[in-house]
Design a protein around this ligand. Structure first.
Ligand code: HAM
Length: 393
């Protein structure tokens, strides 16, 4: 115990006090998790469901470093995520950070080989991400995030494919449309509605980020944010009125012939044809808290409304050009491990975490040990898992 204690030798504490203080330091940093073997097995079951679904839906797996340059991750749009970055300098003074999300790294990788890759591409990754987040239910300071992205495809079939795959993974884990639903909105539709109301387009992104905070802060505070963006009281009133449009038909009435509305209709048609129409609900108030989305956006929630989003994503057609690449249409989503595991536990559907060991070989006394070792060696050579007792029992 003494050797592991952060206290210098001879600090004069009693043994009891020393243990208490040492125990405290054995917890992981706040918001970070240890994975003991049973936790690891549960995580592995989730990762297997993600990986197998990605394979079935034709996504290829990739990876990127957990540490990225701060330059790549920093954005000026006033997003919450920018405030949550774990940033540091390396010994040469380079500005680096633990990635809070994978999308900028994906964009960097695409841009680096934009002339050589063949598009459209469908990529998938399981990435550990870090955000200095206020801790609430379902939110930690580190999480694993399954990412599905399609790069280089304009058509709404891209949205349908990433959504269909994420829903398929949840079904694979034992959940149905009674347990969760996906709310689908569109920033492009909102932009059209705002434009028809005479609201200036240059503040659109800031407006979206302010509106995304609805529910977390009061509507009066949101109005305050809108005012700071130069949106007057009357315009703010119209914005809220538009967000109250409940059905796609209501939107049709206001934006007849608009291609962004047609895209939403097409997505709902595709979802029906691909067999997951019953999971989608139209909801214009889904806006998303990241600045780069440009079109259809979506978030999945448990139907009882107990948790934060299970997954979220959308179309982001301008991110590559913003980062210095050629403009290219992109659609994707991030699906974290924390909420889904809490939801599965709540519904009594947590993945089984049996050890999956085929054989255990023991021996009564030391002379039999050699024989036991030979048995274990033969089993392992035959591809059977085997735990050999380390002492006579
Ligand atoms: P996001 O909505 O910030 O999107 O995160 C996606 C998902 O990651 C959330 O729905 C949630 O499941 C999980 N998540 C995020 N933060 C935390 C946290 N602090 N603790 C636990 N889970 C968390 C993005 O990150 C986008 N980059 C997704 C994307 C990919 N868009 C296009 N491609």
């Amino acid at each position: 115990m003494r050797g592991n204690s952060p206290l210098p030798q001879g600090e004069g504490q009693g043994e009891g006090e020393l243990n208490a203080s040492a125990m405290h330091t054995f917890a992981p940093p706040r918001g970070m998790r240890d994975f003991y073997p049973e936790d690891f097995r549960a995580r592995d079951a989730l990762f297997s469901a993600w990986r197998e679904t990605a394979r079935l839906w034709g996504f290829e797996e990739y990876d990127a470093p957990v540490v990225e340059t701060l330059d790549l991750l920093e954005r000026k749009a006033g997003e919450e995520i920018s405030e949550q970055i774990y940033a540091f300098q390396d010994k040469s003074g380079r500005g680096l950070a633990l990635r809070p999300e994978l999308t900028p790294s994906l964009a960097r990788m695409i841009i680096a080989r934009q002339g050589a890759l063949s598009f459209p591409l469908k990529w998938s990754a399981i990435a550990q991400c870090f955000r200095y987040e206020r801790m609430t239910r379902g939110r930690k300071r580190e999480h694993y995030q399954w990412n599905l992205d399609i790069v280089g495809e304009e058509s709404v079939l891209a949205e349908a494919e990433v959504l269909g795959a994420a829903i398929a993974a949840l079904r694979r884990l034992g959940l149905s449309h009674e347990d969760f639903r996906v709310r689908v909105g569109s920033r492009a539709v909102l932009a059209g509605l705002f434009a028809r109301s005479g609201i200036a387009p240059e503040h659109f992104t800031a407006l979206c980020l302010a509106l995304d905070k609805r529910g977390k802060i009061s509507d009066d505070q949101v109005r305050e944010l809108l005012r700071a963006e130069g949106v007057g009281e009357a315009d703010a009133g119209r914005v809220f009125e538009m967000l109250a449009l409940r059905s796609l038909e209501d939107v049709d009435g206001r934006l007849a012939g608009d291609s962004a509305v047609a895209d939403l209709h097409t997505l709902f048609d595709h979802a029906r044809d691909l067999g997951f129409g019953q999971y989608l609900d139209f909801d214009l108030t889904v806006i998303r808290g990241l600045g780069y989305y440009t079109g259809i956006v979506f978030e999945a929630f448990d139907t009882a409304g107990r948790f934060r989003a299970i997954f979220g994503g959308g179309r982001y057609d301008n991110l590559l050009s913003t980062l210095g690449g050629e403009r290219m249409p992109c659609v994707g989503l991030g699906f974290g491990d924390v909420v889904v595991m809490e939801l599965l536990a709540q519904l009594g559907k947590a993945p089984a975490t049996a050890r999956g060991l085929e054989y255990a070989v023991g021996y009564m006394d030391e002379p039999s040990r050699n024989l036991a070792m030979q048995v274990a060696a033969r089993l392992r050579a035959g591809g059977e898992s085997c735990d050999l007792a380390l002492a006579a029992e």
